[in-house]
Ligand binder design. Structure first.
Ligand SMILES: [Zn+2]
Length: 256
């Protein structure tokens, strides 16, 4: 069985929370050996951290740019406290999103900047979300004096130029369900460009359903096989070769 890794899944999402034991069993039965369980909002933190004892799961807590109104000084203290209590926890998902325009971006920048600073303070891996905001993201890093960053760029869809800057920072590029679309030319170009020793795979479960399982309305961690297969096709390699590299990358990143 091909070893599979889902570098970005929302396992505390209310749409799947009740079926989670079953979902994790199916994932394991299908070869999934690791999942990063990301929080989107504060209410996810506790259920995510409770999953930390599961052998497959690496936890990530943080505030997603869509929920920046939840970010305040009290929340900041809470995040620090929880990271202190959970040495295995990482920080995510954090980032910037200008998909619906740049209104409110200032608050997103503040929220991300402070979470990045906390991740650095406690030496934690970060899971990063960026949509139409790469220049803003690079400006934040410059302002914080960050030239090296240990983490994952989730659902990477950017240009090769952006990819190069991210690789220089030390980040991993994670590919997701949209890569399975025949029309996703920009993602295919990025996947071709991304070096094998810096790629990861993910589902963004329960969203971003790969084309092959579109009939389901929610994605699950084992669907990451379709991302592995797409990467293999684009890179003209066997799926097992891609999977082996993802496994090596996962182990390097998480010191597993
Ligand atoms: Zn996500």
């Amino acid at each position: 069985m091909i070893p599979l890794y889902d570098a970005h899944a929302h396992l505390a999402d209310l749409r799947i929370r009740e079926q989670l034991p079953h979902i994790l069993k199916v994932a394991q039965d299908n070869g999934v050996r690791g999942i990063v369980a990301n929080a989107a909002q504060a209410q996810d933190w506790e259920p995510i951290l409770n999953l930390g004892s599961h052998p497959l799961i690496i936890t990530a807590i943080g505030i997603h740019p869509f929920y920046v109104e939840q970010w305040n000084p009290q929340r900041e203290v809470e995040l620090e406290e929880l990271l202190k209590q959970h040495p295995g926890a990482t920080v995510g998902e954090i980032g910037l999103d200008a998909w619906k325009g740049r209104d409110g971006l200032e608050k997103q920048v503040e929220c991300m900047q402070e979470q990045l600073a906390i991740a650095r303070k406690y030496n934690r891996i970060v899971s990063i979300h960026n949509r139409k905001t790469w220049a803003d993201f690079f400006a934040i890093l410059k302002q914080l004096g960050i030239t090296q960053l240990n983490g994952i760029c989730h659902n990477f869809t950017g240009s090769n130029e952006i990819a190069k800057t991210l690789l220089d920072l030390g980040l991993y590029l994670s590919f997701c369900g949209p890569i399975t679309s025949p029309n996703a030319h920009r993602i295919h170009k990025a996947a071709k460009f991304a070096p094998l020793d810096r790629i990861l795979t993910e589902t963004d479960c329960p969203d971003l359903i790969p084309r092959q399982v579109q009939d389901r309305n929610l994605s699950q961690p084992q669907d990451v096989i379709h991302v592995v297969n797409a990467l293999a096709e684009i890179k003209n390699l066997a799926s097992t070769t891609v999977a082996e590299h993802v496994e090596l990358n996962w182990n390097r990143l998480f010191n597993a």
